[in-house]
Design a protein around this ligand. Sequence first.
Ligand SMILES: *Cc1c(COP(=O)(O)O)cnc(C)c1O
Length: 446
Amino acid sequence: MSSGPKIPQERKVVTAIPGPKSQEVIKRRSEAVSAALGMAIPVVVEKAGGGVIVDIDGNSIIDMGAGIAVVNVGNSADRVVKNVKEQVEAFTHTCFMIAPYMGYIEVCEALNRLTPGTHKKKSALFNSGAEAVENAVKIARKFTKRQAVVVFEHGYHGRTNLTMAMTAKNIPYKDGFGPFTPEVFRMPMAYPYRCDSCSSSCENSILNTVIHKIEKEIGANNVACIVIEPILGEGGFIVPCKGFLPGLVKFCNENGILFVADEVQTGFARTGQMFACEDEGIVPDLITTAKGIAGGLPLAAVTGRAEIMDSIHASGLGGTFGGSPIACAAALGAIATIEEEKLVDRAKEIGKIMSDALNEMKKKYPIIGDVRGRGAMQAIELVKPGTKDPNPESQAAIIKYCQQKGVLILSAGTYGNVIRLIPPLVIPEHLLKEALEILDEAVSKA
Ligand SMILES: *Cc1c(COP(=O)(O)O)cnc(C)c1O
């Protein structure tokens, strides 16, 4: 592997997890940091790269989470580090709205080139996924002169007020944080594993329900945009049935509604395509990106049809830090890494290794109800054997077991019963396989 810091690519557990040094720092953490912040694994990071995270006790942990699908190119990837160093030395901030710079423009050019569709596109840059989603809604409302926003069950779009309203799950994201912004309408989601009609002609029934509800309950002529993740991330890697997304796009096109693909988690090679929309050849009017865009630096974007992006009045969009020159330099390094190291293809290969292993596990262990995902974004849904009742207890036990063995895996799912695998796309194959073996062991014991 050519990328990343030269950290030995091995799993090595030298203390209990957390080790004594991590335990001490975590005590300080609880004194200094709000108790509201979660912690998936109680170890303190010293360095990370390739497929591992090394903690301050010297444990080397296989990273199956990539910081929530962020370090697709690995931590401290060579091109990211080089570009960031050069940029920090040249200048750190002017504010793009005050005095523009090259990196911002080049990131927009790259996004316009890489996102689905051959039409003329333009982009605007922001700081976080939630901010990108908020801006997509602002743009859609202004362009269409309509207010209603349609979202879906199990969807996740962020933690700001508007995106909380758009996010489905109450605990932990929304509980007690209301009132939420009005004019956000949630529709049923095509969730094949939990859809009664799915055995027959699933896509039409849910799609028709959604269209019927929009027409009868909101009025299609009041809808500014439909916002959906092409594969639901936090909701549990739900892959909608074939035809669902194209059906929504068609409905949008026929009714002057903008189709907004929230590719914050699915974007940048994760699914074995640069963007997940490519799978069914759908072309969104607007696409939001963030997580995997800049190799770990905070950056987000809205990219869309030029006439839509240009319909906003001058200075109607922006922000002090949005499209920071440092984050843009990192993004150009990350995008070059994805293209030059062919990480789109690599995501497909990683996906096959993971889904083969997970499907083998499903044959052996009746607590695995479903295996799903695309590319390097795969998940298992855990149930009580012989039923589809969610099994969150097993999820917690499996994650804990893996941690003790030096493998970091992440949870997901509305019912807290999904385990998602989203490793860096530069993870060495032997570590990927080792992590899957340990996961197998963990499931066998759960
Ligand atoms: C993570 C995520 C967001 C929010 O991104 P932040 O950078 O955390 O604000 C929005 N949409 C999707 C699909 C996400 O996965």
